[in-house]
Design a protein around this ligand. Structure first.
Ligand SMILES: NC(=O)C1=CN([C@@H]2O[C@H](COP(=O)(O)OP(=O)(O)OC[C@H]3O[C@@H](n4cnc5c(N)ncnc54)[C@H](OP(=O)(O)O)[C@@H]3O)[C@@H](O)[C@H]2O)C=CC1
Ligand SMILES: O=CCCC(=O)O
Length: 290
């Protein structure tokens, strides 16, 4: 199966590599074209533009940073819409809001193409290991055809119905994750400031009902103030912002998420946007008093 892949950031690179490893023919494009080189070394072909990739491939996947990037790659010059047509399909796996996804879907369908959204839960390592959780919505026939692709990229895929439902589910999941990260960071800081060993807190948490891979993986590096980016903080803040907008639309009060968003914004203002989202710990720690 020949698959196009647009966007070779942390996630896209790992996902495209995985497809190559599993025998797919992959044609890649990235705005910064030099990022295609490593994929080419592993057998990928390169398309000079998103339109060139769509022209070559029956199925094209996108994994782009945010709503404006996802829209631009479809609607701008040399974009997806120039070549999408009957018989071709577009699967956008970026994390965006439902309105963005619907706008992309409308453009693709107006040209005779088929559309599926498929945002993912899981980060860099699950992407490398093909262990993502895929939250698909859109055309069911395309979803069924895309199962061989999703089986390589993920450990489980869900079909959630009409376009927008995948985007919404993803935002809910990341809103919970961002709020949890804030509570965890405050707990680490409170432990340390009240004279306790935060490494003991990690052990206690890991043995109880709140044990989870995120605390286990990120806690030790947070205690060393190390935040190598797996999920960039700027993207987590984007997801909090979009989740809060979803809350606004539905009149759902979300004071916890709103407070977490403020902490992520503060961390961004401290220049931590490209660090892992666990770097919110730096914003929560604040200056030390004697
Ligand atoms: N990292 C993670 O753990 C996870 C991320 N996600 C989501 O997946 C998506 C990608 O995340 P991730 O790989 O981490 O992000 P990165 O920041 O590593 O990569 C972003 C990608 O988007 C491209 N891009 C940004 N702006 C534009 C634009 N205007 N036009 C064209 N391309 C653009 C970048 O191109 P260039 O190289 O030229 O900058 C790059 O390929 C995001 O929506 C994120 O929220 C979902 C699950 C987990
Ligand atoms: O959107 C990013 C999700 C990161 C994760 O699920 O660990």
């Amino acid at each position: 199966m020949e698959v196009g892949f647009l966007g070779l950031g942390i996630m896209g690179k790992a996902m495209a590599m995985n497809l190559l490893r599993n025998g797919f023919k992959v044609t890649v494009w990235n705005r910064t074209l030099s990022k295609c080189d490593e994929l080419v070394e592993h057998g990928a072909a390169v398309g000079e533009t998103p339109a060139a990739v769509v022209k070559k491939c029956k199925y094209t996947i996108a994994m782009l940073s945010d709503p404006s990037a996802a829209i631009s790659v479809v609607y701008d010059k040399d974009g997806v819409l120039e070549e999408i047509c009957n018989g071709k399909s577009y699967i956008d796996m970026s994390t965006v809001d439902a309105d963005t996804s619907i706008k992309i879907s409308e453009g693709i369908i107006s040209k005779g193409g088929r559309f599926l959204e498929g945002p993912v839960s899981g980060s860099k390592k699950p992407a490398e290991d093909g262990q993502l959780i895929i939250l698909a919505a859109g055309e069911k026939g395309l979803y069924d055809e895309a199962i061989p692709i999703f089986d390589v990229l993920g450990k489980k895929s869900f079909f959630l119905g009409q376009v927008g439902n995948g985007a919404k589910m993803k935002l809910v999941v990341n809103m919970i994750m961002g709020s949890m990260m804030n509570a965890f960071s405050e707990g680490l800081e409170l432990t340390e400031s009240s004279g306790l060993d935060p490494r003991t807190l990690l052990d206690v948490l890991d043995l109880g009902a709140m044990a989870n891979p995120m605390f286990k993986m990120k806690g030790p590096s947070m205690l060393q103030s190390k935040y190598p980016p797996a999920f960039p903080l700027k993207h987590q803040q984007k997801d909090m912002r979009l989740a809060l907008a979803l809350g606004d639309e539905n009149a759902v009060s979300m004071p916890v998420a709103a407070a977490a968003n403020e902490a992520f914004k503060k961390a961004r203002s401290m220049g931590l946007g490209d660090q892992d989202f666990s770097a919110v710990h730096e914003a929560i720690k604040g200056p030390k008093h004697p």
